[in-house]
Ligand binder design. Sequence first.
Ligand SMILES: NC(=O)c1ccc[n+]([C@@H]2O[C@H](COP(=O)([O-])OP(=O)(O)OC[C@H]3O[C@@H](n4cnc5c(N)ncnc54)[C@H](OP(=O)(O)O)[C@@H]3O)[C@@H](O)[C@H]2O)c1
Length: 305
Amino acid sequence: MKAIVVTDQAAGTAGMTLVGRPEPQAALNDVVVQVHASGFVPTEMEWPSTWTDRLDRDRTPSIPGHELAGVVTALGYGTTGLSVGQRVFGLTDWTRDGTLAEYAAVEARNLAPLPGDVDFTVGASLPISGLTAWQGLFEHGRLQAGQSVLVHGAVGAVGSMVTQLAREAGAYVIGTGRAADRQTVLDFGGREFVDLENDALEDVGDVDLVFDVIGGDIGKRSAGLIRAGGTLVSIVGPPEARPTDGLVVDFVVEFDRAQLSEIVQRVRDGRLRTNIGNVSTLDDAVAALNPTERRKGKTIIRVRP
Ligand SMILES: NC(=O)c1ccc[n+]([C@@H]2O[C@H](COP(=O)([O-])OP(=O)(O)OC[C@H]3O[C@@H](n4cnc5c(N)ncnc54)[C@H](OP(=O)(O)O)[C@@H]3O)[C@@H](O)[C@H]2O)c1
């Protein structure tokens, strides 16, 4: 099969190559999926799991990409709940070969049925971005209607989902980003916009929840904006500062079939849209994943046209 592999951590996405690889076999409880579309998170090259397995053994050349939408072609021993020919979408294990390939082996528990009216490209854009937003807002952030949420990087893959889900849940959303992002953030449901390069973040005042996808100095300064009893949710590692009277939660997304079904239902209803930018073929994936200009939305690799 065709696959994108990485071998050199220092080279990052620039070191990606398109190669021929054997098709994966279905291990116990696995499903082999013929990948129709694959999602990629731009910072994957910084994750240790891209380079080593759970025992810290080198696993290069590894296939990146962890979001997929496709069709089941084989079931491993003991696999239940899914069938050959079924449309599915989900999240592959961080420490196994991923989805920038024509086939991927995934544990069945990390897949959900993809409704027939949802395109594979849309399906592949949802698992990481949608579940991260959902879990950060509702599980870790315990968001309630009427609360205020500061969403950093609000036009990004995760941030655009956070903005829309928080608004739908009845929160007052303040989105941040770069100057050019203002209208997009307001279109996604933000009530206010903060240009992080030109506006004073501190002018936002107190909020109940900060959803941080940027970290560093932005995360540090955001801790001071949390109202008593509020929460700073980070998806970019432990924050450098804590709110004086509030919680800090730093988490990594986990697959959840029921939550992903809630998310895809909102997409079908038109209540939620994914911010998809460039859609490219597997043959052109290396160039698409190494853009020379700022990305406008999430890049999806359409593995099967
Ligand atoms: N913990 C988890 O489970 C989890 C899950 C998903 C993602 N993540 C992490 O979360 C981060 C965001 O992921 P994503 O897929 O949403 O990425 P993304 O689509 O690139 O979104 C990030 C957004 O933040 C903006 N941004 C970054 N730094 C900024 C700054 N200093 N000022 C203004 N805007 C800034 C980016 O703009 P530019 O493109 O112009 O920089 C982009 O619009 C990544 O680090 C990823 O690894 C973690």
